[in-house]
Design a protein around this ligand. Sequence first.
Ligand SMILES: [Zn+2]
Length: 329
Amino acid sequence: MSEDAARGVISRFAPSTTGEAHPGTLLAALLVWLDARSRSGRVELRLEDLDVTRARAAWADQMIGACDWLGIGWDDVVVQSDRRAAHEAALDALAAAGRLYPCACSRAARTGGRRAPDGSWAYDNTCRGRELPAGGWRASGDAIRVRLDDDRIELVDDGGLDLSQTPARDMGDPIVRRRDGVVAYQLAVVVDDRDQAISDVIRGRDIAPSTATQVMLQRLLGAPTPRYRHHFLLLERRSREVQDGERERGALEPTRGDKLAKLHGSIPFSELRARHDGPGLCGILAHAAGLSAAPSPCTPGELVSGFDWRRVPAADRVAHWTERGLVID
Ligand SMILES: [Zn+2]
């Protein structure tokens, strides 16, 4: 047994089920799975379905099916909406510690203010002085934020990415329960990682800027900090019209003027499956991830023994949909 296995690697792939699986989610699944399996670790699939306004059960089922089709099996499947009691208990604990406050500030009020490291507008902790209503956080119709300590978090991930921040200032106190009652991502991810004893978090680099906030929440909840690694993303070229539409829906902050954006649903699993088979797509993803010399068919299992993060490129790659199917530059 290796040293890592002796310590017990427990990892997770945690996609949101707010859209179809696509090459970017399947690449992330493959990297999480290979990292865990190459260290004799366990790995679970966590379906992030808390956003009731956007998540769909059909997409959760499709995610399970897509991973299976690709050749990836999980030791456990956790549905995040089943974890409501644990999330509420964490909110109660934070409330008991005097950490929660209601915030009625609009998104528009922050616009034009200070940029956060993730490109959004930072929150200036404007409402820190406000009290929860007599009935507590459950009785509030506002968003609920948690008052973080103002300390700096010094953190470099396993890939050498510097995640150091003073999250209370750089990002602002996070929303932990949305105005519509949904428990927010930042809290749910910390509670679930704690309760599922996650030792290693492998995920896309787009989430890296929120790591310091999550570490601060771990400290407030007495949870250990897992090891982190953030990998490259698949990007796509976006037309100006698509970008404008996403901004209107609030899905894309108007940061830089680049025409490249993180791949979302433009190459959906339904199209991928019509054009490729599992080993075919696995080969394309493995080649893009530096794990095979050519984009020729293979299975995830065949990649385990040769898996090494030193082979995986740091730079993002661009995905195209052509008459030959998926091509990754
Ligand atoms: Zn506020």
